[in-house]
Design a protein around this ligand. Sequence first.
Ligand SMILES: Cc1cc2nc3c(=O)[nH]c(=O)nc-3n(C[C@H](O)[C@H](O)[C@H](O)COP(=O)(O)OP(=O)(O)OC[C@H]3O[C@@H](n4cnc5c(N)ncnc54)[C@H](O)[C@@H]3O)c2cc1C
Length: 430
Amino acid sequence: MNSDLSRSCDVLVCGGGVAGTMAAVAAARSGARVILAERYGFLGGNATAGAVAQFNSWQTGRGRKVIAGLADEVVQRLRRLGAAADHQVFVMSTGHKMDRVEYAPEVLKLVLDDMVSEAGVEPLLHAQLLGVDCEGRQVTSVRMLTKSGVMAVKPRVLIDASGDLDALRQAGCRFLPLAQGESLQPATMMFRFGPMDFDRFDSIPQADVKALAQRGFESGALSRAALHASRNPYSDDAWFNISRLSVDATNAMALGQAEIQGRRQAWLAAAYLQAHVPGCEAGRLQAFATQVGIRETRRAEGEHILTAQELMAPVAFDDAIAAGAYPIDIHPAHGGDLIYRAMDDDHAYQIPYRSLIPTRLDNAYVVGRGISADHEALAAIRVMTISMAVGQAAGTAAAMACQSSGAVSPRSVDIRALRHSLIQDGALLA
Ligand SMILES: Cc1cc2nc3c(=O)[nH]c(=O)nc-3n(C[C@H](O)[C@H](O)[C@H](O)COP(=O)(O)OP(=O)(O)OC[C@H]3O[C@@H](n4cnc5c(N)ncnc54)[C@H](O)[C@@H]3O)c2cc1C
């Protein structure tokens, strides 16, 4: 191996989705030397490549804010570029009440570029994870496949933010199994459709929206009974979230088939919109997302396994590092519906620090949609607002762990100091 291609750093973040990017920014702002490795040439993951296009659930049903910190900063930066809508409470096409900020995925790429550059993070883009070397319970080196060849990065701490937890898998970590009767949440190929007449589209009565969605599903034109769209604040287009693909996205052959099937589903759905849905008559399919959006793959076995029961109680954790209020929202792998457990009016829950620490490693964290949680709990905490909050917490903690000389130990981080630091940085923990 070419020795010029080796690097060392305090914190290596593997995966530049919203969780990984916030982890990298938080760690660098806290003084750590950070490398952020990402397989694409841009950051954002599901938020950009998957074109999810709305940040959901900033507050409880009664309007108490539970997400702030870096997630707020992302929205403020998007707004300065004219690329995020106002915060809005709305009723989804499935009839559920929700709050959100719609944004332009393309412009989010630029915002994330700015945040990492200004924080002094070293971005390692077009870098695919190849392997992880460990000595006992310590990650010593992470090999990335890059255009320059294989680069060996030697971090003091690894944060796996790859969504699919490819780094933890290479390191021999354990993952949580699905329980009897559970299946992975399906993937979705988002697509951009327009121009839309939003005055007409937004004034379709709720009962008609449901009926149109149901009719589309029963006719085979829609693969889920929904007409869910996020308006692109940058144009007269909307990103539609109405395809459904049952796939284990860690299976390479199945993932390829899902991409192909997803584009077919999107094409059919666009034709249905144009032919049957008020406000969509002049529109046509403008773009597919770069990749099929992945809701769920591996979940790490961590020091604490967060459960749906704990979210619903809710349990107050001494080591809470983030909060959330998003409901348990399971898209079943088959059929057109949603399994949805709404939270009461002012219900919020907490996420414990221990759920970010994989059991088998001494110098690693996991963030984003793979943290240690059961399948139902993940269906709530997977959203981007919470992923950003958890990323911020792990990045801050990793930088604190690196402040001591010698071996880094996430388990020895002073939780009171960590929580204090997060609050100082604007995060909400309850
Ligand atoms: C279709 C869909 C609709 C959704 N709707 C909403 C919504 O309306 N509102 C909301 O808030 N949330 C929504 N979510 C959930 C949310 O988008 C995700 O859970 C969240 O974005 C996860 O962020 P992450 O950073 O953990 O993971 P990801 O976004 O998956 O990011 C992982 C990153 O790691 C990179 N990576 C992966 N493997 C490797 C590798 N081997 N080497 C190098 N890099 C790698 C990827 O390219 C990616 O950039 C939706 C998700 C989907 C799929």
